[in-house]
Design a protein around this ligand. Structure first.
Ligand code: SAH
Ligand code: SF4
Ligand code: F3S
Length: 475
């Protein structure tokens, strides 16, 4: 009889973008057959994986401070006669700093990049069998990890992530992603659909398709021909029980006609879109190698809003890119005022090793960056609040993904991705988790909206709305 697999625990800490979140889930899937289950804490863990982000300097620094803490923890464990934690560094810092990490941080047993975590079993066995041996695995394998990953070991819950595209060939001059994630790659359509069906069978009602440039998706279709993201979304919309589809992150240049049309035609495709522009200055857009100018971006937004007038836009901005003048920054403020966003992220430019912009001599002084960030965020925050306020009085559906702190409290997201909270009598309405509930927005906050159940003063669900939806996409 084969030996029973020893039961062990892995704690995974995730930084960075949603793709890292997805990768962490998949690492757990890869480790499950080795007897590893996920632990929410370090205390009872046998192994820790730091799934890291390299996008800005701050993100990278956090990894090194965590490694310092892990070194102290392992010393304590050794002194107490306990086995030391196996320490692994994964993700984009691992990819970028592989050898330096091995050299600078003796506590690290294993370093592997975003494209090699399907080889985790071999790496873990090597470290376990030959304690003291350290593994560095930052290749870009020719064969995709997706062809080797096991099926998901558990559902992700009501809202799930699904990576469909990875890597980037755009080489914006500020960005490390093309170096850490490698060349653009799209998963075949059939593989994506199969994973989506399994996620829905496991309880997912909303799927967010992920990619560093998700709208550059060009996967091989069933007949061998390449298909774009618009077609993929239409195919996914045919899956029974999948109520909502989102995708992120998009590059303006890859926003094609078919995808824009899908926003007007596919009811499951939610009316919110993250479309980073980074800057409103043509000069800076060019220096960033964004491959489009301000007008091209505005025209894309116009076409999108023609297809879906209520589209809630979000974006990313960088302030203080090398050479950015007051005038360039004013152009960014001007573009924001024109486009109007429902939500946005903005960052101070952070020079990244190995990227062209880091070598520029006209770096913007820190205090100027800080000042610009503050005024941009003021404008963006005001727009976000205005968007939330404009929703007050409207009836929107919320996909309930969690129960609130007190009984009868529920939270979820509106179609526009706003966090919404509402109360409903539990006993009368039953479990709302995973259901689409019509609510009326009654109050707007900076980062969320408060709501009450619509059309159910007696606490019973709004059956008319529910029936209409059930006809469209049965649960
Ligand atoms: N693929 C996406 C962005 C991925 S990185 C796109 O093309 O839009 C997420 C965001 O981090 C970027 O949109 C950018 O705003 C920010 N970012 C990337 N590199 C940065 C840097 N060096 N300094 C500051 N912000 C950066
Ligand atoms: Fe980075 Fe630009 Fe690629 Fe986005 S498109 S991941 S910002 S290089
Ligand atoms: Fe960070 Fe890598 Fe994502 S650098 S933002 S984790 S692709």
């Amino acid at each position: 009889m084969p030996d029973a697999i020893p039961q062990r625990k892995v704690h995974i800490k995730t930084w960075g973008c949603q793709m890292n979140v997805y990768d962490s889930v998949r690492m757990a899937d890869v480790l499950a057959p080795l007897g590893f289950s996920v632990s929410e804490t370090l205390d009872d863990a046998d192994m820790v994986i730091l799934n890291t982000c390299h996008i800005r300097e701050k993100a990278t620094e956090k990894v090194f401070s965590d490694l310092g803490r892990l070194r102290a923890l392992n010393e304590q464990r050794r002194a107490g006669g306990r086995d030391e934690l196996i320490v692994a560094v994964a993700g984009c810092v691992a990819q970028a700093e592989g050898e330096a990490l091995v050299e600078r941080a003796p506590v690290v047993d294993m370093v592997f990049g975003p494209q090699t975590y399907h080889q985790l079993p071999e790496m873990v066995v090597r470290v376990l069998e030959r304690r003291g041996e350290r593994v560095l695995n930052t290749d870009f394998p020719v064969v995709s990890k997706f062809d080797h990953l096991p099926e998901e070991s558990a559902g992700q819950g009501v809202t799930a992530f699904l990576s469909v595209q990875e890597g980037c060939d755009k080489f914006c001059t500020f960005c490390v992603v093309p170096y850490t994630r490698g060349a653009e790659f799209s998963r075949p359509v059939a593989q994506v659909l199969a994973e989506a069906r399994r996620l829905v069978a496991g309880g997912a009602r909303e799927i967010t398709l992920l990619g560093q440039n998700v709208n550059a998706y060009h996967g091989e279709g069933p007949d061998g021909r390449v298909e774009g993201l618009g077609t993929l979304i239409r195919r996914l919309a045919g899956i029974d029980g999948l109520l909502r589809i989102r995708y992120t992150t998009s590059h303006p240049k890859d926003m094609d006609e078919d995808l824009i049309a899908a926003h007007g035609e596919v009811p499951q495709l939610m009316p919110s879109l993250h479309l980073p522009v980074q800057s409103g200055s043509n000069r800076i857009l060019q220096a960033m190698n964004r491959k489009h100018d301000r007008d091209a971006y505005r025209r894309i937004v116009e076409r999108l809003r023609r297809a879906r007038p209520d589209l809630a836009l979000s974006s990313d901005f960088i302030v203080g890119f090398p050479g950015e003048s007051d005038r360039d920054f004013a152009d960014t403020l001007g573009l924001v005022a024109e486009v109007t966003y429902a939500q946005a992220y903005s960052f101070k430019y952070s020079p990244r090793p190995g990227t062209p912009a880091a070598a520029e001599t006209d770096q913007v002084p820190e205090p100027v960056k800080a000042e610009r960030l503050q005024s941009l965020q003021q404008l963006l925050n005001a727009q976000q609040l205005a968007f939330n306020r404009a929703c007050v009085g409207r009836t929107l559906d919320v996909l309930v993904d969690r129960a609130g702190r007190r009984p009868g409290q529920w939270s979820g997201r509106t179609p526009y991705l706003q966090a919404a909270h509402f109360s409903a009598p539990d006993d009368m309405a039953g479990d709302r988790h995973g259901r689409l509930i019509d609510v009326q927005i009654v109050e707007a906050h900076a980062n969320s909206v408060a709501a009450v159940p619509a059309g159910e003063p007696d606490g019973r669900p709004d059956t008319a709305g529910a029936t209409a939806r059930a006809e469209r996409h049965p649960v």
